[in-house]
Design a protein around this ligand. Structure first.
Ligand code: HEM
Length: 136
């Protein structure tokens, strides 16, 4: 459990409630293998070396820390720039969000923190998804 004591966390940033930097690293380490091994999503990371994946993991970690009001600078591309041209579909987006939700359950965040995390993720959809409608 990242956060066994739900009552004492009122007023803290989502960053702190998720277990600060270590908690977010743990989330990313739990999430990324799920995406890499998903039969529909794995193609996005196929052909990337472990080193390249590690750099991506680090950028995602920093992005999440900064987005959740942690004391971390994110120096990577904005979400539109990072995903433009990949052609991510709505279906792939939904699959990714399902993996994120399952990962949050696996690392043991509270329902409130999970809802807040999912709300932040949902807010990025228009910058990331390029292909709308049912999959071809
Ligand atoms: C809440 C949703 C998402 C967030 C917060 C997010 C975050 C990020 C960040 C911070 C980067 C830059 C780091 C890097 O270059 O590796 C990135 C890149 C990338 N993202 Fe996402 N992402 C999201 C959704 C998705 C989805 C749905 C897919 C595909 C199914 C995806 C695939 C990728 C790929 C392949 C890259 C690397 C692009 C490159 O090498 O130029 N992301 N993402």
């Amino acid at each position: 459990m990242l956060d066994p004591d739900k009552s004492s966390h009122a007023g803290q940033s989502l960053y702190a409630r998720l277990g600060s930097y270590d908690g977010i690293v743990r989330f990313v380490r739990e999430l990324m293998p799920r995406l890499h091994s998903d039969p529909k999503l794995g193609v996005y990371w196929k052909g990337k070396s472990l080193d390249s994946r590690r750099r991506g993991d680090k950028l995602l970690t920093d992005f999440l820390c900064a987005a959740f009001e942690g004391p971390v600078e994110y120096f990577g591309p904005d979400m539109k720039t990072a995903h433009e041209g990949l052609g991510i579909t709505e279906n792939e987006w939904d699959l990714t969000l399902a993996h994120i939700a399952a990962t949050l359950d696996a690392v043991g965040v509270t329902e409130r923190d999970k809802a807040e995390f999912m709300e932040c993720a949902a807010g990025l959809k228009s910058e990331i998804v390029e292909k709308h409608g049912p999959p071809a």
